[in-house]
Structure formats: C-alpha cells, structure tokens
Design a protein around this ligand. Structure first.
Ligand SMILES: C[S@@+](CC[C@H](N)C(=O)[O-])C[C@H]1O[C@@H](n2cnc3c(N)ncnc32)[C@H](O)[C@@H]1O
Length: 314
C-alpha cells in the first residue's frame, strides 16, 4: 500500500471486489446503464484515434468506444477488474490494459485524442490533481467526457428542505458522504475544468428516475426515453451529470510535449506511449518489463496487463 500525500490522498480500492455482480448484473440497474449509454452516444465524437478510459472497471461501457475509436486504453487501479475486462473483451490490438493510479498517469504528454471517466471522479479527493493529469495526456483540442455525481440532486434538495439532511446541496464545495465517496456541485466541476485548461462544450443531467419505486412500476423503455428527453433540458437536479470538454490548445503542457529527454536513448527500444509514473521520464522495453531510464524503476507486463501500481525488483 502506497502512502497517501496531498496529491494522492487515498484510493478507493476495488481490488478483488465483486463490483460487477454486486452492483450491476441482476441488481436492477438496467435503467442507469442504459441512460448512461444514451448520454455517451450523444457526447462522443463520431471518430477518434486513441481513447483513454479512466476507471474503466470491468469494461462495462467500453463497447461504446470501440466502434468510434481505433484503440482503447482501459486504465484502472484494480488489476482484478481489468483481468475480467480482458477476459471479456479479448486480447486484440484494439485494447490496452493498464493498472495504474489516475493521479499519476503512466503516459507521455498529449498521447490521447479522447479521455472518458465515468462513475470514477466521485472517488477522488484531489479533483484538481486528476484533471491536471488528464489535461497533460490529452492532445490539443482532445475531447474529455466526464461523469460526476451531482450534489444538487432532487433527493438531496427535498431532504435538505425537510431538514432530514444537514449538508446543503447548494454550496459549491464537494461533500464526502462516505470515506472517498464525494458528490460535486455542477458549478464546482465546471470551474475545476476551466481551471485546468478545459473548455466546457456541453453539460447534461442524466439518470432522473433513479428511484426503486419508479423503476419497478414504469416500463424500462419509457424511463429511458423520458431521461433521453430530459437530458437536453439543462435541469441539473439529476443524480448524475455528464460533461463534454475540449482541452484548450493554447494551454501549455507542463513538460516537453514530445516527451523527449536529455538522457541518450539511441538504439534503445523506447516505448512511444508510456512514461514512468514517478518521474515522467521515458521507459525502455526489456522483455516483459518497462524500465525507467531516469529512476531505474521497473514495471511488469503480466497476464496481458501493464502493471504500474508498484515497481518490481527483478
Ligand atoms: C464505480 S467504479 C466505475 C467503473 C466503470 N467506469 C463503470 O462505470 O462501470 C469506479 C472505478 O474507479 C477505479 N478507481 C478508483 N480510484 C482510482 C484511481 N485513483 N485510479 C484509477 N482507478 C481508480 C476503481 O478501481 C473502480 O474500478
């Protein structure tokens, strides 16, 4: 377990969890799954090259990207979630599986023209830190699709009005309702995106009917269609918000955009995509390992997954 720092203030660890079977499959969340796909279809560009899916989990939504992007990189902190995704989606060149921390993305700058992060930022205490990392790995004018849990949702508004809840859904600061589980005010997220070099293009409220009683009584297709229509109203009182942003081209990159280095790499098998998550420096391929020229840290490629969670010694 790595120590926590202000930049990396703890990780909500899904390693070995049954997230797929205990939260999704057979758990009455077809409605949530469907409306998230509707929102994604509206926001994703028609075509793209390289998409990074941050917090990809077991790959629930990955098939929404495969038709539109040439290559999809699934990144998650949980190795076991990625193992399932790989079993399920396969080992083709289309997919790359990366176990890593979103606060320290193991990529060179500007490598992706698309990034998505769905149902993941609510686990992040350092929103600024993760958005800064996303702006670093996105190419100029690359697209970022973010989903975040909405603090100002209908249930919270009603509970606050009835004094059943102490925290205000209207104040802008994030609220941590369970350790490493946050809800965010839509204005807070909009401001954080702007602060990190993103131009917000479209925001959509999603998942209005996330209520067991409604889901049990009304037909699924009806609820999905109604949500589809409400997504265009700008009524930000739903539990979930989707935001499409563009990385502003004029915002400078913190490091040399080419990822070049003063360390000589002539004749070495330098990886064109990855960079050392600790130093940002180049990684050289040595068999099943990527080795950092700057720090000597070695990262394993095992069972078809790049493992940046911890450096290895051998
Ligand atoms: C609620 S699940 C969502 C998975 C997927 N996006 C979906 O919607 O089905 C959150 C995921 O975020 C991952 N995660 C949490 N903190 C992370 C971090 N710091 N870096 C990378 N992944 C993280 C977890 O391992 C988990 O798989």
């Amino acid at each position: 377990m790595e120590e926590t720092t202000p930049d990396r203030p703890g990780i909500c660890d899904y390693e070995g969890s049954n997230y797929r079977t205990e939260f999704w499959e057979g758990q009455g969340r077809d409605y949530e799954d469907r409306v998230e796909r509707v929102a994604l279809k509206k926001l994703l560009p028609e075509r793209g090259k390289h998409l990074l899916e941050i917090g990809a989990g077991f790959g629930r939504l990955t098939n929404e990207y495969t038709e539109r992007y040439d290559r999809v990189v699934l990144l998650d902190y949980s190795f076991s979630q990625l193992e399932y995704a790989r079993e399920h989606l396969g080992a083709s060149d289309k997919f790359t599986y990366v176990a890593a921390d979103a606060y320290e993305l193991p990529f060179r700058p500007a490598k992706f023209d698309g990034v998505s992060m769905i149902r993941t930022i609510h686990h992040m205490k350092n929103v600024n830190g993760v958005l800064r990392e996303i702006a670093r790995v996105l190419s100029p004018e690359g697209v970022f699709i973010l989903e975040h849990a909405n603090k100002r949702n209908m249930k919270a508004i009603v509970r606050y009005a009835l004094r059943r809840q102490s925290w205000s859904p209207y104040s802008h600061e994030p609220y941590e309702f369970v350790e490493l589980n946050f809800v965010f005010h839509p204005h807070y997220m909009r401001d954080m995106l702007a602060l990190n070099g993103f131009e917000v293009q479209k925001r959509m409220p999603v998942s209005f009917f996330r209520l067991g009683a409604l889901k049990r009584r009304l037909p699924l297709n009806f609820l999905v269609k109604a949500d589809d229509l409400l997504q265009n109203t700008g009524a930000f009182i739903s539990p979930s918000v989707f935001v499409k942003s563009i990385r502003r081209a004029e915002v400078p990159y913190p490091k040399d955009i080419t990822g070049s280095t003063s360390i000589p790499t002539d004749g070495m098998d330098v990886d064109p995509l990855f960079a050392c998550p600790k130093s940002g420096g180049p990684l050289v391929r040595e068999g099943d390992h990527l080795v950092s020229l700057k720090t000597g840290l070695r990262y394993a490629f095992r069972d078809g997954i790049y493992d940046f969670k911890a450096a290895v010694n051998e």
